[in-house]
Structures are given as C-alpha cells and as structure tokens.
Design a protein. Structure first.
Length: 396
C-alpha cells in the first residue's frame, strides 16, 4: 500500500468517540451516555415543519457561501448584539466544525501555532492538524473556575509562529463564561501580539448566571475577530449540520468565500431550516436555558453527593469537568464500559486527558454532559458513583 500522509498519521482519535467502538461491542447492557453532547431535547416544530415544506423541483447547488436569505438571517440574528452586520459578514458552513476548519486554514500556514485555553474542545486538534498548525495550550484550572490566567501566563504560550487564539465561550468542557471584561482583556492581549481571535460561540445561548459577550461586539477589533456559531446545540439540531463563520474583516471573508467555493456550498434544505430556526422568538431561548439549567443543576447536585468527587457548576454550556478520586480516568472509563455492570446498566464518560494537549494531563478528570432529563442523569451519576467505588476496590 502506498504510504499515507504524515498529517493523517498524526490525527488524534476523538476522546469522545473513542469508547464508542467498545460500547458497540457490549451486548444486553443499558448504557447511560454521559460522554457526548448530543441532547435528547426535541428539535423545535418550526424546524421540522420547514423540512416538510421544502419542495424544490431540482435539488440544485446553492451559492458557495450560503443562500443570500440565510446569510442575511444569520447577520440579523447576530446584529442583536453586534449591530452593523450584514450578509457579507457571514459564511454558512457545515456546522460550526467547518467554520473552525475554515478559520484555522485561513489564518495558519503549515507549522504555525494557535494558542488555546485548556482544557479545550478536542476537535480543535483535528482542525489544526488538517490546517498543518500546532495547538499550544494555556493552562486554566478548576480552582479558578477555568477563567483566563494573567497576561504573563498568556504570554508564556506564545511562539514566533503564533497566529491566533481560539476559545469556546461558553466553554466546552469547562462551562466557563467570559464576560465583557475578561474578553476585552483577551482581545487587547491578542491585539498587542497581532493575533487573530477565533471565538467559538456555539453555546452562546446556554448560560445560567450572566450571558457571554460575543467577540463581534468589539468593533475596534473588527479585523482580527472571527466568530463561529452553530445551530446544533441551540436548536437541538446537531444532525442538520449548519453553522456560521462571521467576521467584519472583508479581506478574510473573501478568502473564506474561496474555501467555500472549493466545496460548493451547504445543502439548501438545511439553510431553509436554519432560517426557521433564526426566526424563533426570544422566548424560545429562555426555554432552552431553563431546560439546561435544570439538567446541569440536577447533574451537579447528584455529583456533589459522591465522596471524593469535585464537580464544578458550569456557568454556561452543559458540561462539567469533574475530578474523581481515580488516578487514571482513561483506564477507568474503559473499565466502566467493559466490566462495570449494575442491574444490567453501565455508564459512559469522556476521560479528561483527551481535553488536554498532553495525554499526561487531566488524568483524574472526566467530562460529563447534561443532555438528558434529570431522572436519567441522576441514574447515570448514581452508576458513576458505584463504578468509582468498585474500581477503587479492584484497583486501589
Ligand atoms: C465547542 C464546540 N465547538 C464546535 C462544535 C461543533 O459543532 P457543530 O459542528 O455540530 O456545529 C462543538 C460540538 O460539540 C463544540 O462543542
């Protein structure tokens, strides 16, 4: 066989999906999936109605950067916080994932660096690999609520090849929310070092105390800010695969359009559904916040009852990066799936190291997702507690 590229050779296996292969091999076990951010919340009816009402004669290509209607709708939606946006500031993408890939590709040459507060969303590694870039972590800690460290610590992550900083706000897996002040400091820091700022705002509607600030709100940084948004989580529409890349930087947007042209556009049906999503009333988003506040609260309260477990209450998104009294959560997570059973049930968790740049970090942590109803989550957490006890008895 001819040899494959070095690039694919260095692609990491997703920490979140890793256990799926093992789970699929188990028979007759009911698994509680706390490892993956796939909500079971029903997709809003207007989106399903939009699917039914889409009846083209020809399933034609759409414009590469998105249909004008969809781009305008996304711009109008974001203009609620960031006035002055129009359709030219938007490219419709295949989920937030493709927007991230486009952003990384547009700002990095092979060998360039992107800094990211860690723990971070694991797929940033994959996008960086495809773009030929390296991810350089900036450590944040559970003790500090995973907020950004001082500028000195940020500086230490820089190299002569650093091109951008990327972060999720609200954070996956951390649940940290950056407000105006914290974001202003990060943007000022990025400006001092002439970096692009890639703000992944796919959880922007899911917050519990105060809302995140969008990086697009800082007009003075218009040329360095790239925002990623997605329909996946906000509208429980992960399978629709629609996201947006937004920026006020016209030169960048012209290059993003070329990247979009290379793959010919997002399916028009999905964009038609996206417009239905973007026209939902504000009350819809309040409902969504209520649903996740209850779920996240239920999960964290249940975790607080487990001895030796530290579970931060997220300020946004629906994950918690949890510390366990276990020294190797990779091994623990696999053991749960392969060997731990209680009344025919088991639990799947995402091991912590996958969210860090070095596999030796985060080894006593797991990430849990609060994407099911509270009763189901409580049962999952109960099983986790039993699993921790049994694992410690067996493995010390
Ligand atoms: C932080 C973050 N960014 C981006 C994505 C990509 O989502 P999608 O491609 O479905 O929009 C996810 C999905 O879980 C995520 O957690």
């Amino acid at each position: 066989m001819p040899s494959l590229s070095k690039r694919v050779g260095t692609l990491q296996e997703s920490a979140i999906r890793k256990l799926d292969f093992v789970v699929r091999r188990q028979e007759g076990v009911k698994f509680h999936r706390l490892n993956i951010g796939q909500p079971d919340v029903a997709t809003p009816q207007p989106l399903l109605d939009a699917i039914a009402s889409f009846r083209p004669r020809v399933l034609a290509y759409g414009p590469a950067g998105g249909t004008p209607e969809c781009r305008e709708a996304a711009a109008a939606y974001h203009a609620r916080w960031s006035p002055g946006l129009d359709g030219m500031h938007v490219s419709v993408t295949c989920g937030g994932s493709e927007a991230l890939l486009f952003a990384f590709t547009a700002v990095c040459d092979p060998g360039d660096d992107i800094v990211v507060p860690e723990p971070y969303y694991t797929n940033y590694n994959g996008f960086a690999t495809v773009a030929g870039a390296n991810v350089r972590p900036i450590r944040t800690t559970l003790a500090d609520g995973f907020h950004l460290p001082s500028d000195d610590v940020l500086d230490a992550a820089l190299t002569p090849r650093t091109r951008a900083v990327v972060f999720a706000n609200p954070g996956n897996p951390t649940g940290a929310v950056y407000g105006r002040e914290e974001l202003a400091r990060l943007l000022a820091w990025a400006a001092r070092h002439d970096l692009f700022v890639i703000a992944d705002e796919v959880y922007r509607r899911i917050w519990f105390e105060s809302p995140p600030t969008s990086a697009l709100e800082f007009e003075e940084h218009r040329d360095r800010v790239i925002v990623v948004d997605s329909l996946s989580k906000t509208y429980s529409a992960c399978g629709l695969r629609v996201g947006f890349l937004l920026s006020r930087n016209d030169v960048l947007m012209e290059k993003i359009e070329r990247l979009a042209q290379a793959r010919l556009g997002v399916q028009p049906l999905a964009q038609h559904v996206a417009m239905a999503a973007l026209s939902l009333p504000e009350s819809y988003y309040e409902e969504v916040r209520g649903v996740y506040a209850e779920r996240v609260g239920g999960m964290v309260d249940a975790l607080a009852e487990l001895p030796g477990v530290v579970a931060p209450r997220p300020a946004g998104a629906f994950y918690s990066m949890v510390e366990l009294p276990v020294s190797d959560t990779e091994r623990f997570a696999r053991w749960l799936v392969e060997s731990f059973r209680h009344e025919g049930e088991s639990v799947v968790v995402a091991p912590g190291p996958g969210f860090y740049a070095r596999p030796t970090d985060g080894r006593n942590q797991i990430r849990l997702a609060a994407v099911n109803d509270v009763a189901t989550l409580r049962r999952g957490v109960e099983l986790l507690g039993r699993g921790v006890e049994a694992f410690r008895r067996e493995h010390g």
